[in-house]
Design a protein around this ligand. Sequence first.
Ligand SMILES: [Zn+2]
Length: 310
Amino acid sequence: MTNNTQQKNLSYYCKSFAKLKVQTKYQPILLLIIIDLISQNIIEENKILISDELLNKFKKYLKILSPESKKPGMQYPFIALKNSKILHFKFKPDVKEELTTINKSISKFKQAVEYVCLDKELFVFIQDPKSRKELIDTLIGVYFSSSQKELEEILQINQSFEEAANKELEEREKKRKFYMRNSLLRDAFFRKAVIQAYDYRCSLCQLKVTKSLSQNIVEGAHIKPFAQFYDNNIDNGISLCKNHHWAFDRGIFSIDDNYQVLISDNFSEESPNSKPIRDFQGETILLPNSQTYFPSLEAIQWHRQNIFRQ
Ligand SMILES: [Zn+2]
C-alpha cells in the first residue's frame, strides 16, 4: 500500500491484532480483558484506569489462558501495545514522558500514567457486538490455537473457564445477571473448542470454508441453549455451518442416540443447487475424532424433546 493515511476499519484492527510481536501471551490477554470490561460496561469511556480490578482480572485470566507463564511485570503488555499503536498513554501532568521509568514496575507505571486509551476508532468497534466478536475471535484464533495439536490446550481453557464460572456461580448464589456478564470470553473459547474438535466442518453437511484463522463458515453451536443451562462443556456443543445452525436451533432437524439425522416434517424447502436438508435423513453426522467430545446423549435428547418439531 502506498497510502499514507491507512483507513482504520475493522479489518485494519484485526490485522494489527494478528501481528502483535509476542513472546508471551500477555498482550492478547490484556486486549481480551479490555474488550471484556468494555462489553460489561465496566469500562464506559475510552479512559482505561489501571485499576485493581483490571490487574486482578489479568492475573486470573493469565492463570487460565497461559498457565505456564511466570508472573509478568504487568507494565510490559501496556508498553508493548503502545508501541503497536493500539494503546496510548495519558501521563500525569507532573511526569516526564519517559518510558524508562514506567518500564521498571507496575507501581512506577501507575504512578506515572493517569490512564491509557485505545485508538478511538477501535473503541467504537469494540462497543459493537458483531465487530467485537470478530476482534475476539482474531485474538483467540491467532494466539490461543493454531493447529489441531493445540485442541487439548483450548479444551483445557474451555474447561478451566467452566470450573471458574461454576465456582463463581456457587459463590454468588447463582446470581444470573452477574454470571451472564462473565460469559463473553467463555463463549468465545467454547465456540473455538467446538469447531476445532470438528476440524472446522459442519457436522451435518461437512462444509468447510475458512478465510483466515478467525473467519470460517461454521459456528460452535450450543445444543441446550446457553441462556437457559449455562453449559459450555464441549459435549453440549456441535459445529454447524450458518444455515444448518439456524435450522438446528429451529428444530428443523435433530439427532438420535446413534447420531443419525432426524428431519422434521414441518418445513418447506427449495434447494436447487445444494443438497436439501431432507436428504440428510438417517445419515450419521460428522463427529469429532475422540468420543470424549461427542455431543452428550442427554443434550441431544433435550434437543429432540424441546426443539425438534416432528
Ligand atoms: Zn452445514
